[in-house]
Design a protein around this ligand. Sequence first.
Ligand SMILES: [Zn+2]
Length: 352
Amino acid sequence: MRALRRLLWGLGVLALVVGAFWLWVIWPPWQAGRARPSDARPASEAPVSVESAPPLVAAPALCVGSEAGPPGAAAANAASLSTLAWSPFGGPEMGWEIYAPRIAAEIGTSCAPGSDGFAAALARWQQANRLPRTGVMDAATFAVMLPRWHLARPFVRVNRDGLCPGAPLEADLATARPDESYGGKTIQLRPAALEAYRRMAAEARAAGVLGRPEALKIYSGFRAPDADAQRCARDQNCQGRVRTICSAHRTGLAVDLFIDAAPGFGPDSSVDANRLAMARSPLYRWMVWNAGRFGFVNYVYEPWHWEWTGEPMLPGTPIASLPQDGGGAVTEPAEGSTPRTPGAASGAHSRR
Ligand SMILES: [Zn+2]
């Protein structure tokens, strides 16, 4: 009996030690602290000026013994996380859990969305941004965060000025290795973007967040503008204004990465259940805290779509001079067809 109790005691201590080590490995502040000098941009590379720096590299406070949020805020957030009825991107959505990792990074907390610590951090953020200090996540708060996230993407800033960046010559692109691409597709990127991707992938692997064999493989990189335009004409489906007029993938700096996928869905299906599966993955959470160190910024509606900011985009041409499909200015990246697992449900790109 005593031997059994001793054994159980020993196992308990072992589990604690292993758990503590695991936390130490994945906890964002430690990751940020272990950035290697090689991750810094070479001085010779002219970084794109970022008006509002992406809040991806701030170190969160440990969610232990944190201050209390406004009364009732934590409970309200815990409930609305899956029940908030709103339309943050035009179409109706239920709940805000898909965006919770990015919001947590924005407000600088590692506390869970329904916790007091999260409510306190959100209240602080709201106050700093001249919003009512409720500590409750709502559409008005999100509407202040979203333009900031959009404008952290140089591609969007150029679009906002009415320009579409130029496409590189294919001869100037580097090709990803077969083990870096998803579904055997040939993936091309501007060489420095591919190198940055490799550094990020190596750290993600070391951090233990690549749960699936496909994790972080690239399923779309450079897409030639004329190929996108041809597909638009051939399929008679340009998916509104964002699909093919000016895709971020024309820059050779944008990648679609396998983050995760709900059963039956492809890695770029924007069905909410699929995006939620991505948002819940350790990989996406790691990405929102760490990808910025490697120069990558995310389009928050699409957890898979990342743009590298380490080099300027090529000079642009006026969007008005490009073949139009009846829409206005482009503010979001367009996606094209991408390989999916056999039998996977088709991705819905209808709500942008
Ligand atoms: Zn994309």
